[in-house]
Design a protein around this ligand. Sequence first.
Ligand code: G1P
Length: 290
Amino acid sequence: MADWKIRKVVIPAAGLGTRFLPATKAIPKELLPIVDVPTLQLVVEEAVAAGFTDVVLVNGRGKSAIEDHFDIAFEMETTLRARGKTAQADGLRAIANLAHVHSVRQKEPLGLGHAVLCAEAAVGDEPFAVMLGDDLIDSVDPGIGQLVRVAQETGKGAVALLAVPERETSLYGIATGKSAGARRTAIEHLVEKPKPGTVKSNLAIIGRYVLPPDVFAILRKVKPGAGGEVQLTDALAQLAVEGRLIGVELEGTRHDAGDRLGYLKANLAYAMKRPELRDGLIAYMRELVR
Ligand code: G1P
């Protein structure tokens, strides 16, 4: 993939977000904020910081607020400008200008692999990235950019890996393989959500991928796997067997914003980086634990 410019990122966003009900009854989970920024905006900003220009959102019914968030909010901007709040209005416009955001629909919740396959026509015959909105990577060097460099250098697909505690391996896609240098694993085998005790590795896939376009052809043939869903991991397992997949342990901090405790921790971590919030938050946490 060395000669390819990797421009497009697919972001699946059609899920029902049941883990966050009732908050997600009428609001897409992807728009739940970390402090005051929707999680999905943080993910798109990571992509843009890594040089991506095109975002393919895989969206579902009832979640058009996501598209609105990346559009121009004309009435809001006009009102803010009339009130002299130019910086806020400019901030809103900057979100609309972040990237070309296209959306496609996943009409049925048939799994992550199926969601990625829904983006095939929008991606075309070129390598592309996939980013999952539940995983936030807080890093000076954007997480997805780290994977792009490895894919370009090796000509292989790249996925982000993270060593997780043994008891959590059944929540993830788990990779086994051989060390291929600092932070890199030549992946030989992948399994989606293995039963506890059935795999030796604790290297979990986290939601960042750079993939060759023939993954779409593989996905079309993949049968429903874990949870009765078409799993992206099962398609990647084929790349792994062919020696075409590298795992990369990313630099930076990963937050699991798809889990309630992880989401709360992410809010605290990002709030602590805000000078206007930090001191007040520390004082309040001291009060709470007294
Ligand atoms: C998905 C993938 C899984 C991966 C995880 C990372 O699972 O299927 O392989 O480890 O994301 O967050 P989900 O969390 O959507 O069940």
